[in-house]
Ligand binder design. Structure first.
Ligand code: UT7
Length: 333
């Protein structure tokens, strides 16, 4: 008998992991000139989790990945592909291979994907393409970032915003296509608004040969420009993804945005006409966890029973690149 091959896409399991060390807004007043009042009113953030020096992005990502596999009822050896969305890998050659090894996913091919805070949505859409072509059946996507290692702890405009974490999702071939539509965008003309830049320093090797020696600088962000970009572009890209999905915003059960700033979440929801009780938000506890934030929030909402099978969800990531995108899916099988 020939095995049936399914080219539809279903999202079947979630997981997440955060470090246990908490830093509150009040704690941050010991680090930079700021206040709980400023941070809360401008961002909605109350606390964030920070990775200890002895820990690694790999350990966070592996914890999230294990949870997602167990919630989907899959063994690591069933996984065909592991995608790691991150901008803060432990190794610039990539982190996904190490995660594959630590998970024991010996048959999986694994690679990193960098699209900053859009990484989870870009990863989800990438995974769907491998399934739709019939190439792979079981994919683990992990979004993980440790931006605490790359902020300038003397820059109050950025260091109060970010936290560390990992979120994971299992994507499987299914007889019905549950990923209804998507839209992805890039605009490199705005790349300078948000960076972890890697400038090189001149190094003279011989009299005739000089090369660049790589360095990394902490995060720099033009907050106001990124804010304007997000509030303008995110509703547009979600609208496009909804249109491609053949559904409208008022049919959504949940709006799941990259957890950058509560004011951005509110403004986008208002433009789309989505009521606030349908807007998933956990940034008060975790801050902006970059590529992890959508997976982390999805996992919390699934585990707490808010998201139920068949619920219609629009997820949107946005950030450095500039990059942004949206995907519309029905939860579960
Ligand atoms: O994940 C990628 C996507 N990233 C984003 O979506 C971030 C988008 N941007 C934002 O969320 C907001 O622009 C911020 C939260 C980053 C900043 O909020 P804002 O309302 O745009 O503040 P601002 O940059 O206009 O700064 C207002 C004032 C300034 O003082 P002056 O120049 O008016 O005297 C800042 O120096 O607030 C000051 N300020 C602070 N004060 C206390 C900036 N950071 C702080 C701080 N504590 N932490």
């Amino acid at each position: 008998m020939i095995a049936e091959t399914f080219a539809g896409v279903a999202l079947t399991g979630t997981g997440s992991a955060v470090p246990d060390m908490v830093i509150t807004n009040d704690d941050l007043t010991q680090v930079v000139q700021t206040s709980d009042e400023w941070i809360k009113s401008r961002t909605g953030i109350g606390a964030r989790r920070l990775l200890r020096n002895e820990e690694s992005l790999t350990s966070l990502a592996v914890r999230a990945g294990k949870q997602a596999l167990s919630s989907a009822g899959l063994a690591a050896t069933n996984i065909d592909l592991i995608l790691l969305a991150t901008s803060t890998a432990d190794d610039r050659f990539g982190n996904a291979g190490r995660i594959q090894h630590e998970l024991g996913a010996k048959w999986a091919v694994a690679f990193d994907l960098t699209a900053a805070c859009s990484g989870f949505v870009f990863g989800l859409v990438t995974a769907a393409q491998f399934i739709r072509t019939g190439t792979y059946r079981n994919i683990l996507l992990i979004g993980a970032d440790v931006l605490s290692r790359w902020v300038d702890w003397s820059d109050r405009r950025t260091c109060v915003l970010f936290g560390d974490g990992a979120g994971a999702i299992v994507i499987q071939a299914h007889h019905e296509d549950r990923l209804l539509g998507f839209e992805l965008r890039s605009d490199g003309s705005g790349h300078h608004h948000l960076n972890i830049a890697c400038p090189s320093l001149q190094r003279q090797l011989t009299n005739d040969i000089n090369v660049g020696q790589g360095t990394i600088t902490p995060i720099t962000m033009n907050g106001q420009e990124v804010y304007k970009f997000a509030v303008r572009s995110v509703p547009e890209v979600i609208d496009k993804a909804l249109y491609r999905s053949g559904v409208s915003a008022n049919e959504l059960d949940w709006l799941l945005l990259h957890q950058a700033n509560q004011r951005i979440l509110d403004a986008v929801a208002l433009r789309l006409g989505v009521p606030s009780e349908k807007v998933i938000s956990n940034l008060e506890n975790y801050g902006n966890t970059s590529a992890a934030s959508i997976g982390l929030a999805l996992d919390e909402w699934v585990r707490q029973g808010h998201i139920q099978p068949d619920h219609l969800i629009a997820a949107s990531g946005f950030g450095a690149g500039l990059s942004w995108g949206a995907v519309v899916f029905r939860w579960g099988t």
